[in-house]
Design a protein around this ligand. Structure first.
Ligand code: NAD
Length: 402
């Protein structure tokens, strides 16, 4: 037992603690969106079993909740989260999955959680053993990892990803999340070794290792679909994203996914897809230079246009229109599902670019939705969630059944 009043402890783009009641309220709100989204889809159809690698926060959590609460799947989530330790709270993803498990249980379903390094052979083996034991073959595999480093299990080498441009230095406006000022940043180009390290962490190798391991273990159901998430974004952020180190890694992920699609087709009559999602506030995206300022301007314009979505709405749309039972994904010329269509709509981007040119520290709150970014960031950790009384002590020692 550890009852305490919890106040947020934020350092730049990192929050050191999390609020269990706030995280549980976020999960409930996401479940409501997942159920609404599914109700608007094909009625009476469901998913048998879904595995979400990176299923504790952001896009992965929303995918898990859509599959389980929208389509009745039995879920398995793999994640790397910190359990509570005495007075120290758990990480947000821990509380998210604890709340998701409770809700699943009362709905007569199960969410199994494997907490550990998804890149490792050991966690893959544990996951396969769990699925075998449950007698579950997967209809859906979601790959939603966002990680700063990876130990390659084949040789034990540690690779660290970097967020840098290629070729030339990049100068841009950015928000200093520490003092909330609009500043000019200059980011030097990546070395070849950094490009390769980022590919090793965020490219397709580990997604392929998972799909191969699941296929070898005969854990894929007929027609199984696998999906990994990518991002493209506007020309404004190309140097730091799509044309930078992370973009190279995403190209690798997209190429690997096409190869995996052929494997799934041959083995189980299934397919693999990349879904290009919208820029949203998550723990991963908040750490990318320049992106928080872009997101703040984007939110202002998309909220005014009535086209703004969060991760829950994006994933509900992914299932309803593309990956849900009985749905055939619609893809672009390169075989990718495009959930970034509303973000990249020309009228939206024209307005964002015009605001980008004008934004300064002084007019940041008038021109952008930085307030929305700030709130969304705190909400990721269970803070500033409507309806939660933060003056009350709460139990932080909450367990997950693993
Ligand atoms: P996130 O930080 O919210 O989630 C990352 C997940 O990975 C968490 O569940 C975390 O526990 C897990 N994880 C990290 N390292 C791990 C490890 N070693 N072993 C096991 N689990 C580990 O990130 P997100 O923004 O939801 O990103 C998920 C995917 O979506 C990424 O591929 C990202 O590039 C993509 N994407 C994100 C955005 C965006 O704006 N956030 C947009 C488009 C695509």
């Amino acid at each position: 037992m550890s009852m305490q009043v919890i106040a947020e402890r934020i350092r730049g783009f990192i929050c050191l603690n999390a609020h269990p009641t706030g995280c549980a309220a976020n999960v409930d709100a996401e479940i409501a969106v997942a159920q609404q989204g599914a109700a608007a889809g094909t009625p009476g159809t469901g998913l048998g079993a879904a595995l979400v690698i990176g299923g504790s926060t952001g896009y992965g959590l929303s995918s898990l909740l859509s599959a389980v609460f929208g389509y009745g799947a039995q879920g398995t989530a793999v994640c790397l989260e910190r359990p509570p330790q005495r007075e120290r709270t758990a990480s947000a993803g821990w509380y998210n999955l604890a709340a998701s498990q409770r809700r699943a249980r009362s709905a007569g379903r199960e969410i199994a959680v494997i907490n550990g390094d998804a890149f490792s052979g050991e966690i893959k083996d544990q996951t396969l053993a769990r699925l075998k034991q449950a007698g579950r073959k997967l209809d859906l595999v979601v790959y939603s990892l966002a990680a700063p480093k990876r130990v390659d299990p084949s040789d034990g080498v540690t690779y660290s990803s970097v967020l840098k441009p290629l070729g030339d230095s990049y100068r841009s406006k950015s928000i200093n999340l520490g003092n909330e000022e609009v500043v000019e940043v200059e980011i030097g180009p990546a070395s070849e070794a950094e490009v390769e390290a980022t590919r090793k962490v965020m490219g397709g190798e580990d997604f392929a290792a998972w799909v191969h391991a699941l296929a070898e273990a005969d854990l894929l159901a007929p027609g199984c679909r696998a999906v990994a998430y990518s991002y493209i974004g506007p020309a404004l952020t190309f140097p730091i994203y799509r044309s930078g180190t992370i973009g190279r890694a995403k190209e690798d992920l997209e190429k690997t996914t096409a190869e995996l699609s052929a494997l799934l087709a041959a083995r189980v009559g299934g397919a693999a897809y990349v879904s290009v999602n919208k820029a949203l506030v998550t723990q991963a995206s908040s750490a990318i230079p320049v992106v928080p300022l872009y997101i703040s301007l984007l939110f202002k314009v998309m909220k005014a246009a009535g086209t703004h979505e969060g991760t829950a709405q994006q994933m509900a749309r992914l299932f309803r229109d593309h990956l849900g039972p009985g749905r055939q994904p619609r893809t672009d010329g390169e075989g990718r599902i495009r959930l970034d269509d509303l973000e990249l709509a020309p009228d939206i981007q024209e307005q964002v670019t015009a605001l980008w040119d004008q934004v300064t520290t002084e007019n940041l709150s008038a021109l952008s939705d930085y307030a929305g970014f700030r709130t969304d960031f705190r909400k990721l950790f269970g803070f500033e969630v409507p309806g939660v009384d933060y003056a009350l002590p709460v139990e932080t020692d909450i367990s997950i059944s693993t």
